[in-house]
Design a protein around this ligand. Structure first.
Ligand code: TRH
Length: 383
């Protein structure tokens, strides 16, 4: 058994699903693959329930997939701090808990798990220690990333096997379980997960007027409002669909995390957002379009560009230009009115983008998995 057996992960849901999505994935993997005892402190169990319906939003303490899930509310209970403490995405730790950490001998290892970024400064900051400004304890920065010298990204040990096993039959079963027939073989199947400010209507128009049939799968969420507004079909609910010209829209439920992976594998192109769905679409190995989480002073544009720099490496010039163009239009970096043309140019390179998606997956896999890397990182700091 590792000398760092017990782990506490603290997660506050700022908005949406990404913070919870990453913490839940990490907690499960630490238990299932690293044999750790993990307590996950969560301030919003309803969000966990959306990702993993077995989670009971009304239960203050529950064991799910081997993870002890605890509701994090005011009046933090007197608990013995774990040997490794993960503060996810700058969520802060309860004062009484920190005080307990300071008194422990040896002190727990305090890890500041940061957001994923492809920016060039990340490898230099990954692993840096930082003395706490008020307490006599050191924190350690852990930056996920896409290059050697960073913490890489989460990837379950069985992910590639599950993805390979997901053949045509499973695809049919997935669609049926979502309330739909399998899309016709000649259609382009696209999944859509994006923030509500995405210039979606231009794309819908382009698909509607296109020569090729397009099936658009939209999991329930804020973007659905735009879709229904475009279609003039306010009454369209989960499990129903609508055809317009060459476009067929399907409104899906918000599915649990493993099924969302399956949806990504079942589609020809995936529009994703934030952090976790963005990574999962990369593991799907298919062409993808990223809607980045908007930040103040357009800091997210730098992040977008940094990722494009890495991702486009090895991609032939015309395909790279088309990919840049649709990502930039989608994120408002360039005039979003040109989104329809950007899609058509992008999709001309479909085969090249597909092959590139697979090559990128292999590059990413070579970095190792973040959960294993994090366990090693902690081990290296106490030996
Ligand atoms: O939901 P997101 O936008 O989350 C975040 C948060 O907004 C966070 O505050 C921000 O800082 C971060 O983005 C960058 O996008 P993300 O990260 O892709 O998380 C979505 C999660 O939801 C992911 O774990 C996949 C999951 N999911 C499902 O499980 N089922 C679904 O049907 C869908 C559409 C998503």
């Amino acid at each position: 058994m590792s000398q760092l057996h017990t782990w506490d992960i603290f997660c506050r849901v700022v908005d949406n699903f990404g913070d919870m999505g990453v913490c839940w994935r990490l907690a499960r993997q630490l238990v299932a693959e690293q044999g750790r005892a993990v307590r996950l402190w969560v301030d919003d169990l309803a969000t966990l329930h959306a990702l993993h319906p077995e989670a009971n939003p009304g239960s203050a303490v529950q064991s799910i997939s081997g993870v002890e899930v605890r509701r994090w509310s005011n009046g933090f209970p007197a608990v013995r701090p774990a040997q490794v403490v993960i503060e996810a995405f700058g969520c802060g730790l309860p004062e009484e808990y920190v005080s307990g950490m300071v008194d422990c001998k040896p002190q727990p290892l305090w890890i500041m798990l940061e957001y994923l970024s492809a920016e060039p400064w990340v490898p230099q900051h990954h692993g840096l220690p930082s003395p706490h400004p008020r307490w006599p304890i050191t924190r350690h920065f852990f930056f996920p990333g896409f290059v050697p010298g960073t913490g890489s990204v989460l990837r379950e040990a069985d992910l590639a096997v599950r993805r390979e096993a997901f053949g045509k039959n499973e695809r049919g079963r997935l669609w049926n379980s979502l309330g739909f027939e399998s899309p016709a073989g000649d259609s382009t199947v696209v999944s859509m997960f994006a923030y509500e400010h995405a210039p979606l209507k231009g794309l819908l128009a382009s698909w509607e007027q296109g020569n090729e049939p397009t099936v658009l799968a939209v999991p329930q969420g804020k973007i659905v409002v735009q879709v229904l507004d475009y279609l003039g079909a306010e009454g369209l609910g989960v499990g129903s669909g609508c055809r317009r010209g060459s476009l067929e829209v399907r409104i899906l439920p918000f599915v649990e995390q493993p099924r969302y992976d399956e949806l990504l594998w079942a589609c020809d192109c995936n529009f994703v957002r934030g952090e976790d769905s963005f990574v999962r679409a990369q593991w799907a190995g298919r062409p993808l379009v990223w809607h980045i989480y908007p930040q103040r002073e357009r800091a997210h544009w730098r992040k977008l560009d940094a990722f494009l720099e890495l991702y486009c490496w090895g991609l032939p010039g015309a395909a790279a230009a088309a990919l840049r163009s649709i990502w930039q239009s989608w994120n408002g970096v360039v005039e979003p009115t040109a989104i329809g043309g950007a899609w058509r140019a992008f999709w001309t390179h479909r085969a090249t983008l597909d092959a590139h998606g697979h090559a990128w997956t292999a590059r990413l896999a070579a970095l190792g998995d973040m959960a294993g890397g994090l366990a090693q990182f902690c081990h290296d700091r106490v030996k």
